[in-house]
Write a protein that binds this ligand. Structure first.
Ligand code: NAD
Length: 353
């Protein structure tokens, strides 16, 4: 096995990921879309939510904890609001469908919302925020997730590190804020563990409630909420809106994708889309958005900064670079993809090993 990261062209990973998921029972079109979502995270530099998760999804597909052929039933609760039954399908498909429903309704009513239940891990929130932005919509995305973080004042895992997402189109740079409610996403800790690296102080506590920089001790303990009661409060409210209200599991009961290998996750999500140019009109809205970005970027710089960046801008720049240069895949992920390929009798990334 190589001990160096390798740069792999996106189309090579796309072909391989699609073939692996298809061989694990997903229809080809869904396999291709899910691979695209994972590679979109890799392109954006969010590698904790990229193709390195392939083996966890295939494990859950093999154990029939993810339904490869879900029928995504849409219940029109009110004209502007839908509820999507994810039928234990891949979260990426449930999320895409629910955001489509929110966007469709926003096209008619100016605002649209969809709550999804019986879903599973849906990856990076930016996928769904971008989907809305591409349709000219502002958006909000919420999800709940398996317990990893204490509620403020508690010391055992209760809340998800659930990402909170907001997006606004209109400026030359769309604003896409996609942030875990923990100090750092747990995927980053899992990734440090795989790579034998330490994590920074302040990210997590071990099982005894002591600060740790050891990712394995952190994974057994708790991840700390962003800004103490503020991150805990945001995650708790997402439990209420995406979990309690949708009919999904909630309050510590969402299944852990890695540890709960005997039941579906039963995750819940909330997707909201609205037309941001309804109020001041399209041209004025776009001008005002560009003016906002211009003023923000024109701020006097703090020490150590070369420029002011908008939410989502680092990721968009990296995606543009990596789409051309390819994705840097660490050796453990090359080995994992080769093992997945071998398990279903297809060619892997031997030329990169
Ligand atoms: N599905 C799940 O259950 C789950 C759980 C946790 C996290 N996640 C995903 O993990 C990913 C990583 O989350 P994270 O919180 O670690 O991300 P992060 O800390 O890297 O970034 C958070 C946000 O801050 C912005 N940002 C970062 N640096 C910036 C700068 N210098 N200037 C301006 N803006 C800046 C980013 O554009 C982003 O919008 C997200 O995509 C999230 O959706 C998913």
């Amino acid at each position: 096995m190589t001990d160096q990261p390798k740069t792999v062209p996106v189309h090579v990973l796309q072909r391989l990921g699609t073939a692996i998921f298809e061989a694990n029972g997903l229809p080809k079109e869904d396999a291709a879309y899910i691979t695209e979502c994972l590679l979109y995270a890799d392109l954006r530099g969010v590698q904790s939510h990229g193709i390195n998760r392939a083996s966890n999804y295939t494990t859950r597909l093999k154990k029939k904890l993810i339904n490869p052929h879900p029928s995504l039933a849409v219940d029109e609760v009110m004209p502007a609001i839908a509820r999507v039954d994810g039928d234990d399908g891949m979260g990426f498909l449930v999320g895409r469908k629910a955001m489509q429903e929110a966007i469709k309704r926003a096209g008619t009513f100016g605002v649209g919302m969809a709550l999804a239940y019986r879903s599973s891990h849906f990856g990076m929130s930016a996928i769904y925020l971008q989907q809305a932005v591409d349709a000219g919509m502002a958006a909000m995305v919420m999800t709940n997730a398996s317990p990893a973080m204490p509620v403020w004042g508690g010391r055992s895992p209760f809340l998800g590190t659930s990402p909170f997402g907001l997006a606004a189109p209109g400026a030359d740079v769309p604003l896409i804020l996609d942030m875990a409610t923990s100090v750092a996403a747990r995927g980053k800790i899992r990734r440090a563990s795989k790579r034998g690296e330490q994590i920074p102080e302040g990210w997590a506590l071990d099982e005894q409630g002591k600060p740790t920089t050891d990712p394995d001790a952190a994974l057994k303990g708790i991840v700390l909420p962003l800004g103490g009661p503020k991150g805990s409060g945001l995650s708790l409210l997402m439990e209420a809106m995406a979990g309690v209200a949708s009919g999904a599991a909630f309050g510590g009961e969402v299944g852990n994708p890695y540890l709960d290998l005997d039941r579906p996750q039963s995750t819940g999500h909330l997707f909201m889309a609205f037309k941001p140019d309804l109020f001041v009109g399209g041209d004025a809205y776009r001008e005002r958005m560009n003016e906002l970005v211009k003023r923000a970027k024109g701020s006097e710089l703090a020490d150590g900064f070369k420029e002011v960046l908008m939410p989502g801008e680092i990721e968009a720049r990296m995606a543009a670079e990596r789409a051309v240069a390819g994705i840097v895949v660490p050796p453990e992920d090359i080995a994992m993809l080769n093992a997945e390929a071998a398990a279903v009798g297809i060619e892997g990334l031997q030329e990169f090993a």
